[in-house]
Design a protein around this ligand. Structure first.
Ligand code: DX5
Ligand code: ZN
Length: 221
């Protein structure tokens, strides 16, 4: 049985209560804090910059999982690395020289993740699977929290698990978009081991119960 990690996304947090809510998530079983960085160009929404990562790093005790939904991520990796990101994930669709981008993340001593939009084939990461620490399969089109889970992603997760197992490397298989206690067991059955959840955790009144519910939904799978 593989350990399933929970990565609450602060996109759905109450920004005026961010510290309190993140601490609550940490005390109640969160494994990573997922930070959704959007630039209003790669995706039609604008969110946080390196300052947010720096602020979270001052009190967060668990890894900061920074999801860069931005164009030209190469220009910005240094800033997120220096701000305290532990995992830096870029989108394959935004990288012309993905191998170099992954190297840059590693040069800063950080874990490197690569993310695929729902319309992007897994074949786009076939040549670099052995170089990465995390593969992120999007099950919504990135840009907003609270969207509906795209079920076609289940097949991709299954194939991704096979690809990771064949690589012989220890690579996180993360899923992001529409994860809740109904969809969590479905993605875990296909091989996911890191679950991002925004609306289903920070969008709920009882954050502790929300994390517990997701954990319970995948226990024993
Ligand atoms: C979507 C972001 C997600 C988002 C998920 O563009 O990458 O991390 O916070 O939100 P939910 O869990 O509400 O679908
Ligand atoms: Zn995300």
């Amino acid at each position: 049985m593989r350990k399933i990690l929970i990565a609450p996304s602060i996109l759905s947090a109450d920004l005026l209560k961010l510290k309190e809510q993140v601490q609550l998530a940490e005390e109640n079983g969160a494994d990573f804090i997922h930070v959704d960085v959007m630039d209003g160009n790669f995706v039609p929404n604008l969110t946080f910059g390196p300052n947010m990562v720096k602020a979270l790093k001052q009190f967060s005790k668990i890894p900061l999982d920074v999801h860069l939904m931005i164009s030209n991520p190469d220009f910005h990796i240094e800033h997120y690395a220096k701000a305290g990101a532990d995992i830096i994930t870029v989108h394959v669709e935004a990288c012309t020289h993905l191998h170099r981008t992954i190297q840059t993340v590693h040069d800063f001593g950080k874990k490197a993740g690569v993310s695929l939009n729902p319309a992007t084939s897994l074949s786009s990461v076939e040549e670099i699977i052995g170089e990465i620490d995390l593969l992120l399969i999007m099950t919504v089109n990135p840009g907003f929290g609270g969207q509906k889970f795209i079920r076609k992603g289940l097949q991709k997760i299954n194939k991704a698990r096979e690809m990771i197992n064949n690589s012989g490397k220890d690579i996180y298989l993360e899923v992001d978009g529409g994860i809740n206690r109904e969809t969590a067991p479905e993605v875990v059955k296909q091989g996911a081991n890191v679950l991002v959840a925004g609306n289903a955790i920070f969008g709920q009144n009882d954050i502790a119960a929300a994390i517990r519910n997701i954990k319970e939904s995948v226990t024993g799978l």
